[in-house]
Design a protein around this ligand. Structure first.
Ligand code: CP
Ligand code: NVA
Length: 318
């Protein structure tokens, strides 16, 4: 283990990861270095040997649950997936009691819940690390993998321009934090009424040297951009608004015509799952400018680095 990795683990051991803003720019950079090392085949060791990590998933998932489950296993740990039908969070048992019980059994918790307040409630009553695997307010693990992908595609993060086209909710919120923290130039393009909240924009401003602007104009957003990023128009739990959202977001579809308005060579990312034919077309998603499957695979490497750092053994002194 390198001294750099040792210092990173010393700093992150035992901490929660509830938002991108929980990390410093240096810590993100260290995690991405570690993720790249793992991706290149560095042996991760077994920092989770003899430890169990529960994963509460109250929303569907492919990438997040499987990448966490595989990552925990590769690091020598035992993942335990818990779904709504079993845990009935806040109905069968209070959020605080669920946390207190699990805290006595397991060494950490990965949480995908609709309500960010429930995530905070679980974290408050767990002594062991809690990781946000997506709430209505944020998806910080996604942004770690996205930043790894942008680094691979563009050779770095600071000073590069990313254009987020879509809904100003969870993924966008975490991107706003990440861009500010890491010095990116993020342009958020949404239909009127779907902008990210002023509270998120305001609170993220102080995180670092990045710049974030919000517009309803595609031309403004696409100017000199290097990455176009999109997310579904109808997030999990918003299904009743599907028709209205199709109407609101229709002009913002990432399609061949939109790519022709962007700088040549722009790359396209999507957190996935894609609703093909809504926010993005097959032509773009399956085309040469998209890097979405590389991005999806990076979930595993970025989270393996995160897990290794949060669950580093106590004898890994700097
Ligand atoms: N991007 C993402 O979080 O995918 P899943 O919902 O499949 O986990
Ligand atoms: N905004 C989407 C992200 C899915 C990974 C949702 O919340 O459903």
């Amino acid at each position: 283990m390198s001294r750099q990795q040792n210092v990173l683990e010393h700093r992150l051991r035992g901490r929660d990861f509830l938002a991108v803003a929980d990390l410093t720019a240096g810590e993100v950079s260290g995690l991405l270095d570690l993720a790249i090392a793992y991706k290149r085949g560095a042996e991760p060791g077994h920092p989770l040997a003899g430890r169990s990590v529960a994963m509460i998933f109250l929303r569907p998932s492919n990438r997040t649950r499987v990448s966490f489950e595989v990552g925990i296993s590769r690091l020598g740990g035992h993942p335990i997936a818990l779904f709504d039908r079993e845990i009935e969070l806040g109905r069968r048992e209070s959020v605080a009691d669920v946390a207190r019980i699990l805290d006595g059994f397991v060494d950490g918790l990965v949480v995908r819940v609709p309500s960010h307040r429930d995530l905070l409630g679980l974290a408050e009553h767990m002594r062991h690390p809690v990781i946000n695997a997506m709430t209505d307010q944020g998806h910080p693990c996604q942004i770690l993998a996205d930043c790894l992908t942008v680094r691979e595609l563009l050779g770095g993060l600071a000073g590069h321009r990313v254009t987020f086209i879509g809904d100003g909710n969870n993924v966008c919120n975490s991107w706003i934090e990440g861009a500010n923290l890491l010095g990116l130039d993020l342009r958020v393009v949404t239909p009127a009424g779907h902008e990210p909240s002023a509270a998120v924009l305001g609170a993220s401003e102080r995180l670092g040297p990045g710049r974030v602007s919000v517009t309803n104009s595609l031309d403004e957003g696409l100017e000199a951009t290097e990455i176009i990023y999109t997310d579904v128009w109808t997030s999990m739990g918003q299904e009743a608004e599907h028709e209205q959202r199709r109407e609101d977001f229709g002009p913002y579809q990432v399609n061949g015509e939109l790519l022709r308005r962007a700088p040549a060579g722009v790359r396209v990312l999507h957190c996935l799952p894609a609703h093909r034919g809504e926010e993005i077309t097959d032509e773009v998603l399956d085309g040469p400018q998209a890097a979405v499957f590389q991005q999806a695979e990076n979930r595993l490497w970025a989270q393996q680095a995160l897990l290794a750092a949060l669950f580093a053994p106590a004898d890994a002194a700097p």
